[in-house]
Design a protein around this ligand. Structure first.
Ligand SMILES: Cc1ncc(COP(=O)(O)O)c(C=O)c1O
Length: 394
Protein backbone atom coordinates (compact mmCIF):
# COMPACT_ATOMS: atom_id res chain seq x y z
CA UNK A 1 0.00 0.00 0.00
CA UNK A 2 1.34 3.47 -0.83
CA UNK A 3 -0.81 6.19 0.61
CA UNK A 4 1.91 8.80 0.84
CA UNK A 5 0.89 12.34 0.01
CA UNK A 6 1.68 14.02 -3.30
CA UNK A 7 3.53 16.58 -1.21
CA UNK A 8 6.07 14.06 0.06
CA UNK A 9 6.21 12.08 -3.18
CA UNK A 10 7.16 15.28 -5.00
CA UNK A 11 9.86 16.20 -2.49
CA UNK A 12 13.48 15.47 -3.43
CA UNK A 13 15.77 13.69 -1.02
CA UNK A 14 18.51 16.02 0.17
CA UNK A 15 21.35 15.25 -2.24
CA UNK A 16 24.04 15.97 0.31
CA UNK A 17 22.52 13.47 2.71
CA UNK A 18 21.96 10.98 -0.13
CA UNK A 19 25.63 11.18 -1.11
CA UNK A 20 26.68 10.75 2.52
CA UNK A 21 24.44 7.65 2.73
CA UNK A 22 25.97 6.14 -0.44
CA UNK A 23 29.48 6.86 0.86
CA UNK A 24 28.57 5.21 4.17
CA UNK A 25 27.31 2.14 2.32
CA UNK A 26 30.62 1.78 0.47
CA UNK A 27 32.53 2.32 3.72
CA UNK A 28 30.55 -0.48 5.33
CA UNK A 29 31.65 -2.70 2.43
CA UNK A 30 35.21 -1.96 3.57
CA UNK A 31 36.07 0.73 0.98
CA UNK A 32 38.36 3.50 2.18
CA UNK A 33 36.15 6.46 1.26
CA UNK A 34 37.29 10.03 1.89
CA UNK A 35 34.27 12.25 2.52
CA UNK A 36 34.38 15.70 0.97
CA UNK A 37 30.62 15.92 0.72
CA UNK A 38 29.56 17.12 4.11
CA UNK A 39 28.40 20.58 5.01
CA UNK A 40 29.59 20.64 8.58
CA UNK A 41 32.78 21.68 10.34
CA UNK A 42 35.04 18.78 11.32
CA UNK A 43 35.88 20.46 14.64
CA UNK A 44 34.45 19.71 18.05
CA UNK A 45 32.20 22.30 19.66
CA UNK A 46 34.58 24.51 21.72
CA UNK A 47 34.91 23.47 25.37
CA UNK A 48 33.63 26.76 26.80
CA UNK A 49 30.32 26.21 24.99
CA UNK A 50 30.07 22.57 26.05
CA UNK A 51 30.65 23.71 29.64
CA UNK A 52 27.72 26.12 29.43
CA UNK A 53 25.46 23.25 28.37
CA UNK A 54 26.65 21.08 31.24
CA UNK A 55 25.90 23.89 33.67
CA UNK A 56 22.43 24.33 32.16
CA UNK A 57 21.70 20.64 32.74
CA UNK A 58 22.91 20.90 36.32
CA UNK A 59 20.74 23.98 36.82
CA UNK A 60 17.76 21.87 35.79
CA UNK A 61 16.91 23.50 32.51
CA UNK A 62 14.47 20.82 31.49
CA UNK A 63 11.17 22.54 30.76
CA UNK A 64 9.69 23.96 27.59
CA UNK A 65 11.25 27.30 26.75
CA UNK A 66 9.17 30.16 25.33
CA UNK A 67 8.31 29.23 21.73
CA UNK A 68 10.47 31.98 20.25
CA UNK A 69 13.40 31.43 22.62
CA UNK A 70 14.56 32.43 26.11
CA UNK A 71 14.51 36.18 26.62
CA UNK A 72 18.20 36.28 27.62
CA UNK A 73 19.12 34.36 24.47
CA UNK A 74 17.10 36.84 22.45
CA UNK A 75 18.98 39.62 24.23
CA UNK A 76 22.31 37.97 23.26
CA UNK A 77 21.10 37.75 19.64
CA UNK A 78 20.07 41.42 19.66
CA UNK A 79 23.55 42.35 20.95
CA UNK A 80 25.17 40.14 18.31
CA UNK A 81 23.16 41.74 15.49
CA UNK A 82 24.15 45.21 16.72
CA UNK A 83 27.82 44.32 17.33
CA UNK A 84 28.50 42.31 14.16
CA UNK A 85 25.98 43.68 11.67
CA UNK A 86 25.03 47.12 12.88
CA UNK A 87 21.39 45.96 12.89
CA UNK A 88 18.94 47.10 15.56
CA UNK A 89 16.23 44.62 16.39
CA UNK A 90 13.92 44.45 19.40
CA UNK A 91 12.91 41.22 21.13
CA UNK A 92 9.64 40.98 19.19
CA UNK A 93 11.65 40.77 15.97
CA UNK A 94 13.70 37.74 17.01
CA UNK A 95 12.66 34.10 16.75
CA UNK A 96 14.94 31.24 17.82
CA UNK A 97 14.34 27.98 15.93
CA UNK A 98 15.57 24.42 15.63
CA UNK A 99 18.38 25.33 13.24
CA UNK A 100 18.41 27.90 10.48
CA UNK A 101 16.65 25.23 8.47
CA UNK A 102 13.51 25.53 10.57
CA UNK A 103 13.83 29.31 10.48
CA UNK A 104 13.80 29.15 6.67
CA UNK A 105 10.88 26.73 6.66
CA UNK A 106 8.91 29.06 8.96
CA UNK A 107 9.55 31.99 6.62
CA UNK A 108 8.27 30.08 3.60
CA UNK A 109 5.25 28.83 5.52
CA UNK A 110 4.21 32.25 6.78
CA UNK A 111 4.83 34.26 3.62
CA UNK A 112 4.01 32.08 0.63
CA UNK A 113 0.64 31.57 -0.97
CA UNK A 114 0.19 28.99 -3.73
CA UNK A 115 1.88 30.13 -6.91
CA UNK A 116 4.03 32.84 -5.32
CA UNK A 117 7.46 32.98 -6.92
CA UNK A 118 10.74 32.93 -5.03
CA UNK A 119 13.86 34.02 -6.86
CA UNK A 120 16.81 31.74 -6.12
CA UNK A 121 20.18 32.76 -7.52
CA UNK A 122 21.86 29.49 -8.58
CA UNK A 123 23.73 27.76 -7.16
CA UNK A 124 21.65 27.87 -4.01
CA UNK A 125 21.63 25.83 -0.83
CA UNK A 126 20.16 22.44 -1.49
CA UNK A 127 16.99 22.81 0.63
CA UNK A 128 15.77 26.23 -0.57
CA UNK A 129 13.94 24.94 -3.59
CA UNK A 130 12.16 22.11 -1.78
CA UNK A 131 11.22 24.28 1.20
CA UNK A 132 9.66 26.75 -1.24
CA UNK A 133 7.81 23.99 -3.14
CA UNK A 134 6.57 22.35 0.06
CA UNK A 135 4.88 25.63 0.90
CA UNK A 136 3.17 26.08 -2.45
CA UNK A 137 5.78 28.47 -3.85
CA UNK A 138 7.45 28.33 -7.24
CA UNK A 139 11.25 28.54 -7.29
CA UNK A 140 12.57 30.79 -10.05
CA UNK A 141 16.18 29.91 -10.68
CA UNK A 142 18.58 32.59 -11.86
CA UNK A 143 21.68 31.03 -13.39
CA UNK A 144 25.02 32.51 -12.49
CA UNK A 145 28.39 31.31 -13.66
CA UNK A 146 31.91 30.86 -12.46
CA UNK A 147 33.19 33.80 -14.53
CA UNK A 148 31.05 36.11 -12.39
CA UNK A 149 31.98 34.28 -9.17
CA UNK A 150 28.49 32.76 -9.16
CA UNK A 151 26.87 36.08 -8.30
CA UNK A 152 23.55 37.35 -9.61
CA UNK A 153 23.74 40.68 -11.43
CA UNK A 154 21.13 43.46 -11.05
CA UNK A 155 20.05 42.90 -14.66
CA UNK A 156 19.45 39.20 -13.99
CA UNK A 157 17.41 40.04 -10.89
CA UNK A 158 15.34 42.60 -12.79
CA UNK A 159 14.64 40.10 -15.56
CA UNK A 160 13.49 37.43 -13.09
CA UNK A 161 10.94 39.65 -11.32
CA UNK A 162 7.28 39.17 -12.25
CA UNK A 163 4.04 40.34 -10.59
CA UNK A 164 4.08 37.02 -8.69
CA UNK A 165 7.52 37.49 -7.14
CA UNK A 166 7.20 37.33 -3.36
CA UNK A 167 10.77 36.89 -2.19
CA UNK A 168 14.38 36.52 -3.11
CA UNK A 169 16.50 34.04 -1.12
CA UNK A 170 20.26 33.84 -1.11
CA UNK A 171 23.13 32.91 1.18
CA UNK A 172 26.26 35.00 1.54
CA UNK A 173 28.82 33.54 2.10
CA UNK A 174 27.18 31.07 -0.23
CA UNK A 175 26.76 27.37 0.13
CA UNK A 176 27.83 25.85 -2.29
CA UNK A 177 29.95 28.44 -4.13
CA UNK A 178 31.62 30.22 -1.19
CA UNK A 179 30.85 33.57 -2.85
CA UNK A 180 30.42 36.66 -0.69
CA UNK A 181 28.36 39.61 -1.93
CA UNK A 182 30.07 42.94 -1.23
CA UNK A 183 28.21 45.97 0.08
CA UNK A 184 28.34 47.54 -3.40
CA UNK A 185 26.95 44.42 -5.07
CA UNK A 186 24.12 44.24 -2.55
CA UNK A 187 23.39 47.94 -3.04
CA UNK A 188 23.06 47.36 -6.78
CA UNK A 189 20.57 44.53 -6.15
CA UNK A 190 18.74 46.68 -3.58
CA UNK A 191 18.42 49.43 -6.20
CA UNK A 192 16.49 47.00 -8.39
CA UNK A 193 14.30 45.97 -5.46
CA UNK A 194 13.52 49.59 -4.66
CA UNK A 195 11.30 49.61 -7.74
CA UNK A 196 9.44 46.58 -6.39
CA UNK A 197 8.49 47.42 -2.81
CA UNK A 198 6.46 44.25 -2.14
CA UNK A 199 9.30 41.78 -2.51
CA UNK A 200 10.88 40.36 0.65
CA UNK A 201 14.55 39.46 0.93
CA UNK A 202 15.70 36.40 2.85
CA UNK A 203 19.37 36.85 3.64
CA UNK A 204 20.89 33.62 4.91
CA UNK A 205 24.06 34.57 6.76
CA UNK A 206 24.85 31.31 8.50
CA UNK A 207 28.42 31.33 7.12
CA UNK A 208 28.97 34.94 8.18
CA UNK A 209 32.06 34.26 10.27
CA UNK A 210 33.71 31.89 7.79
CA UNK A 211 34.71 34.75 5.56
CA UNK A 212 38.30 35.08 4.30
CA UNK A 213 37.73 38.49 2.82
CA UNK A 214 36.91 40.01 6.16
CA UNK A 215 33.89 42.15 5.33
CA UNK A 216 30.48 40.73 5.93
CA UNK A 217 27.60 42.94 4.92
CA UNK A 218 23.93 42.32 5.73
CA UNK A 219 21.51 43.73 3.17
CA UNK A 220 19.20 44.81 6.04
CA UNK A 221 21.85 47.38 6.95
CA UNK A 222 20.51 49.53 4.11
CA UNK A 223 17.69 51.63 5.58
CA UNK A 224 15.43 51.00 2.60
CA UNK A 225 15.88 47.22 2.91
CA UNK A 226 15.50 46.84 6.68
CA UNK A 227 11.71 46.55 6.76
CA UNK A 228 11.55 43.94 4.04
CA UNK A 229 14.49 41.73 4.95
CA UNK A 230 14.54 38.64 7.09
CA UNK A 231 18.07 38.03 8.31
CA UNK A 232 18.71 34.35 9.02
CA UNK A 233 21.65 33.14 11.07
CA UNK A 234 22.65 30.34 13.42
CA UNK A 235 25.50 28.69 15.26
CA UNK A 236 25.93 25.47 13.27
CA UNK A 237 28.84 26.54 11.11
CA UNK A 238 30.88 29.17 12.94
CA UNK A 239 30.74 27.44 16.32
CA UNK A 240 30.85 23.83 15.06
CA UNK A 241 27.43 23.19 16.57
CA UNK A 242 25.49 21.51 13.74
CA UNK A 243 23.90 18.90 16.00
CA UNK A 244 22.80 21.38 18.64
CA UNK A 245 20.18 22.72 16.23
CA UNK A 246 19.88 26.41 16.96
CA UNK A 247 19.17 29.08 14.34
CA UNK A 248 17.44 32.44 14.54
CA UNK A 249 15.99 35.31 12.57
CA UNK A 250 15.79 39.08 12.83
CA UNK A 251 12.68 40.15 10.94
CA UNK A 252 9.88 42.69 10.63
CA UNK A 253 7.71 42.30 13.71
CA UNK A 254 4.66 40.85 11.94
CA UNK A 255 6.79 38.22 10.17
CA UNK A 256 8.50 37.26 13.44
CA UNK A 257 5.11 37.01 15.16
CA UNK A 258 3.85 34.74 12.38
CA UNK A 259 6.96 32.51 12.61
CA UNK A 260 6.41 32.25 16.35
CA UNK A 261 2.78 31.21 15.77
CA UNK A 262 3.83 28.64 13.16
CA UNK A 263 6.54 27.16 15.38
CA UNK A 264 4.13 27.04 18.32
CA UNK A 265 2.01 24.53 16.44
CA UNK A 266 4.86 22.48 15.02
CA UNK A 267 7.81 22.10 17.40
CA UNK A 268 7.44 24.60 20.29
CA UNK A 269 10.67 26.22 21.46
CA UNK A 270 14.07 24.87 20.41
CA UNK A 271 16.04 22.56 22.69
CA UNK A 272 16.46 24.33 26.03
CA UNK A 273 20.00 23.14 26.86
CA UNK A 274 21.25 24.11 23.42
CA UNK A 275 19.67 27.55 23.79
CA UNK A 276 21.53 28.12 27.08
CA UNK A 277 24.84 27.11 25.47
CA UNK A 278 24.23 29.44 22.54
CA UNK A 279 24.04 32.43 24.88
CA UNK A 280 27.66 31.69 25.83
CA UNK A 281 28.64 31.14 22.18
CA UNK A 282 27.16 34.43 20.99
CA UNK A 283 28.55 36.44 23.88
CA UNK A 284 32.10 35.20 23.26
CA UNK A 285 34.57 37.32 21.31
CA UNK A 286 35.14 36.27 17.68
CA UNK A 287 38.78 35.56 18.55
CA UNK A 288 37.65 32.37 20.33
CA UNK A 289 36.59 30.75 17.07
CA UNK A 290 39.17 32.32 14.79
CA UNK A 291 41.36 29.17 14.84
CA UNK A 292 38.70 27.37 12.81
CA UNK A 293 38.43 30.14 10.25
CA UNK A 294 42.24 30.25 9.91
CA UNK A 295 42.35 26.52 9.37
CA UNK A 296 39.62 26.68 6.71
CA UNK A 297 41.54 29.41 4.94
CA UNK A 298 44.72 27.34 4.81
CA UNK A 299 42.77 24.38 3.47
CA UNK A 300 41.16 26.52 0.81
CA UNK A 301 44.63 27.42 -0.48
CA UNK A 302 45.64 23.76 -0.56
CA UNK A 303 42.47 22.65 -2.35
CA UNK A 304 42.74 25.37 -4.98
CA UNK A 305 46.43 24.69 -5.63
CA UNK A 306 45.82 20.97 -6.03
CA UNK A 307 42.67 21.29 -8.14
CA UNK A 308 44.53 23.68 -10.40
CA UNK A 309 46.77 20.78 -11.35
CA UNK A 310 43.87 18.72 -12.65
CA UNK A 311 43.23 19.48 -16.28
CA UNK A 312 39.55 20.15 -16.91
CA UNK A 313 38.65 21.39 -13.41
CA UNK A 314 37.82 25.08 -13.64
CA UNK A 315 37.80 26.87 -10.28
CA UNK A 316 37.37 30.39 -8.93
CA UNK A 317 38.52 31.62 -5.55
CA UNK A 318 35.70 31.33 -3.02
CA UNK A 319 35.75 34.05 -0.38
CA UNK A 320 33.98 32.20 2.41
CA UNK A 321 32.26 29.06 3.75
CA UNK A 322 34.22 25.81 3.29
CA UNK A 323 33.46 24.73 -0.25
CA UNK A 324 34.88 24.98 -3.73
CA UNK A 325 32.56 24.57 -6.66
CA UNK A 326 34.61 23.60 -9.73
CA UNK A 327 33.06 23.51 -13.18
CA UNK A 328 33.66 20.02 -14.59
CA UNK A 329 31.69 20.36 -17.81
CA UNK A 330 34.81 19.90 -19.95
CA UNK A 331 34.59 16.19 -19.06
CA UNK A 332 31.04 15.80 -20.36
CA UNK A 333 30.84 13.34 -23.23
CA UNK A 334 34.14 11.68 -22.30
CA UNK A 335 34.52 8.03 -21.34
CA UNK A 336 37.06 7.31 -18.63
CA UNK A 337 37.73 3.84 -17.22
CA UNK A 338 34.78 2.58 -19.23
CA UNK A 339 32.37 5.10 -17.68
CA UNK A 340 30.82 7.91 -19.67
CA UNK A 341 30.51 11.22 -17.87
CA UNK A 342 27.62 13.27 -19.18
CA UNK A 343 26.73 15.36 -16.16
CA UNK A 344 27.92 16.62 -12.81
CA UNK A 345 26.02 13.73 -11.20
CA UNK A 346 27.95 11.25 -13.37
CA UNK A 347 31.18 12.95 -12.32
CA UNK A 348 30.30 12.82 -8.65
CA UNK A 349 29.41 9.13 -8.88
CA UNK A 350 32.55 8.42 -10.92
CA UNK A 351 34.71 10.06 -8.24
CA UNK A 352 32.99 8.06 -5.53
CA UNK A 353 33.44 4.74 -7.31
CA UNK A 354 36.82 5.26 -8.98
CA UNK A 355 38.62 7.64 -6.61
CA UNK A 356 36.71 6.65 -3.47
CA UNK A 357 36.07 10.33 -2.81
CA UNK A 358 32.60 11.63 -1.91
CA UNK A 359 31.59 15.00 -3.39
CA UNK A 360 28.14 16.40 -4.22
CA UNK A 361 26.73 17.00 -7.68
CA UNK A 362 26.01 20.63 -8.53
CA UNK A 363 22.61 19.54 -9.82
CA UNK A 364 21.47 19.45 -6.21
CA UNK A 365 22.24 23.16 -6.01
CA UNK A 366 20.68 24.11 -9.33
CA UNK A 367 23.93 24.05 -11.31
CA UNK A 368 24.46 21.01 -13.55
CA UNK A 369 28.03 21.89 -14.59
CA UNK A 370 29.76 21.88 -11.23
CA UNK A 371 30.46 19.64 -8.26
CA UNK A 372 30.79 20.74 -4.65
CA UNK A 373 33.94 19.81 -2.77
CA UNK A 374 33.80 20.47 0.96
CA UNK A 375 37.08 21.11 2.73
CA UNK A 376 35.63 20.51 6.15
CA UNK A 377 38.13 17.62 6.34
CA UNK A 378 41.71 17.24 7.55
CA UNK A 379 44.52 18.55 5.35
CA UNK A 380 45.84 15.01 5.04
CA UNK A 381 42.52 13.74 3.75
CA UNK A 382 42.14 16.67 1.38
CA UNK A 383 45.58 16.10 -0.13
CA UNK A 384 45.02 12.35 -0.48
CA UNK A 385 41.52 12.84 -1.93
CA UNK A 386 42.61 15.25 -4.63
CA UNK A 387 45.56 13.02 -5.50
CA UNK A 388 43.09 10.18 -6.02
CA UNK A 389 40.77 12.36 -8.10
CA UNK A 390 43.66 13.34 -10.37
CA UNK A 391 44.73 9.75 -10.75
CA UNK A 392 41.22 8.54 -11.51
CA UNK A 393 40.73 11.15 -14.22
CA UNK A 394 44.02 10.56 -16.06
C1 LIG B 1 23.25 28.10 3.49
C2 LIG B 1 22.72 27.28 4.61
N1 LIG B 1 21.63 27.72 5.27
C3 LIG B 1 21.10 27.03 6.29
C4 LIG B 1 21.66 25.83 6.70
C5 LIG B 1 21.00 25.10 7.84
O1 LIG B 1 21.68 25.30 9.01
P1 LIG B 1 21.18 24.72 10.41
O2 LIG B 1 22.15 23.66 10.79
O3 LIG B 1 21.24 25.90 11.35
O4 LIG B 1 19.81 24.22 10.23
C6 LIG B 1 22.78 25.33 6.04
C7 LIG B 1 23.36 24.01 6.45
O5 LIG B 1 24.03 23.35 5.71
C8 LIG B 1 23.33 26.06 4.98
O6 LIG B 1 24.41 25.63 4.33
Amino acid sequence: MNQLSDRINNLSTSATLAMAAKARELKEEGKDIIGLSLGEPDFNTPDFIKQAAIEAINQNYNSYSPVDGYSDLKAAIITKFKRDNNLSYNAKQIVVSTGAKQALYNIAAVLLNDGDEVILPCPYWVSYSDIVKLNGGVPVEVKTDIENDFKMTPAQLEAAITPKTKMIWYSSPCNPSGSVYSKEELRALADVLQKHPNIYVVSDEIYEHINFKGDHFSIAEFDDMYDRTITVNGVSKAFAMTGWRIGYIGAPENVARACNKMQGQVTSGANCIAQRAVITALESPASKIQYMVDEFKERRTIVLELLDQIEGFKTNEPEGAFYVFPNVSSFFGKTIKGKTINSASDMSLFLLEEALVATVTGEAFGNPDCIRISYAASKENIIEAIKRIKLALT
